[in-house]
Design a protein around this ligand. Structure first.
Ligand SMILES: NC(=O)CC[C@H](N)C(=O)O
Length: 315
């Protein structure tokens, strides 16, 4: 596939988006069910684009670390595919759920097998799969190293306050894990699996770091900035397909309709999106919409896709 040229005026495009959204900063509802997340200033906004040809564009708070939360599920899914290959699909599905990210209703109907790796139950299952042969501490260390390798940045760390905050209050996730265990669908103790899950959700990254970490998905499985080969071309394509269909939970259809890019959101207000062959994009705005996805972040990506013609469904 010939490498696509980035539009010349990408910096002007994101400067404009920031300017247009400035009067609306603070809209949406900051996640408060994890107490530490409720402390974040809702008027923060950052955006970064890293193109496959190595240009980096940034605006606003693009260098301020935030809690990536469920965006980390893309990285743990990638690790799980690396360790277990396509066998992971015996344990987790790959269909959109149509229900909330932390829903328990579908799990009972479907015998404890989560719909996809991005809803909480699915990501908890992925944590269980990659725990095989490790202690939770070792695995958390491996996840951090993997994300540092992807982003080529050794400064990425876990925010232990956020991890502690969710460990103290994540009762719904405790319920999901124990519910799956009751179906014999977890190999490890729920506390160990959740220890891993809460810690990878608590990774703190900037928009620039996140866009760099996602670049392998935009560039056929290898990071063109570092030459690091991460996954095969086929696997990158498949992870993008899952992000497009499941990356925004029960808002995935709306995100595909409005933005048209594979993307993964987190309740910290971040979204990582992929324009295949072109660029990896990260945006952060803490106010969430009714599906738990960043309200202005989705809007910023909708504006970007409209102005660049980057939708995977055509310009
Ligand atoms: N959508 C999200 O980002 C949810 C992640 C969060 N750690 C939770 O389990 O609730």
């Amino acid at each position: 596939m010939p490498e696509q040229q980035a539009p010349q005026d990408l910096q002007a495009i994101i400067d404009d988006i920031y300017r247009e959204l400035t009067p609306r900063l603070g809209e949406g509802k900051v996640a408060d069910y994890i107490p530490q997340l409720a402390r974040v200033d809702s008027r923060r906004f950052g955006m970064a684009i890293v193109t496959t040809s190595g240009q980096i564009y940034r605006v606003g708070d693009a260098e301020v670390p935030f809690s990536i939360q469920s965006i980390s599920k893309v990285f743990t899914l990638t690790l799980a595919l690396g360790k277990h290959g396509e066998n992971i699909w015996h344990r987790v599905g790959r269909e959109p759920s149509g229900s909330a990210f932390n829903s328990i209703v579908q799990l009972e109907h479907e015998g404890g097998k989560p719909r996809n790796p991005f809803i909480n139950a699915g990501a908890i299952t992925i944590s269980d799969l990659i725990l095989a042969g490790h202690t939770p501490k070792e695995l958390i260390g491996e996840i951090v190293q993997f994300v540092r390798y992807l982003a080529d940045d050794d400064n990425i760390v876990i925010d232990h306050e956020v991890a502690r905050s969710e460990t103290a209050t994540g009762f719904r996730n405790v319920a999901l894990a124990n519910f799956m265990r009751s179906y014999g669908r977890l190999d490890h103790p729920a506390e160990h699996v959740l220890g891993v899950y809460f810690h990878h959700c608590a990774l703190a990254m900037t928009c620039v770091q996140l866009a760099k970490a996602g670049l392998f998905l935009a560039a056929g499985g290898a990071n063109p900035l570092t030459g690091h080969s991460v996954v095969s071309r086929q696997r990158a394509r498949r992870i993008n397909a899952l992000m497009l269909t499941c990356g925004h939970y029960d808002g995935s259809g709306d995100f595909a309709y409005r933005v048209g890019l594979p993307g993964k959101s987190g309740v910290g207000g971040g979204i990582m999106a992929v324009a295949p062959g072109r660029a990896s994009i990260a945006v952060w705005s803490p106010g969430l919409n009714e599906n738990g996805n960043s309200l202005l972040g989705s809007l910023a990506l909708e504006m970007l896709a409209a102005r660049t013609g980057w939708s995977v469904f055509g310009p």
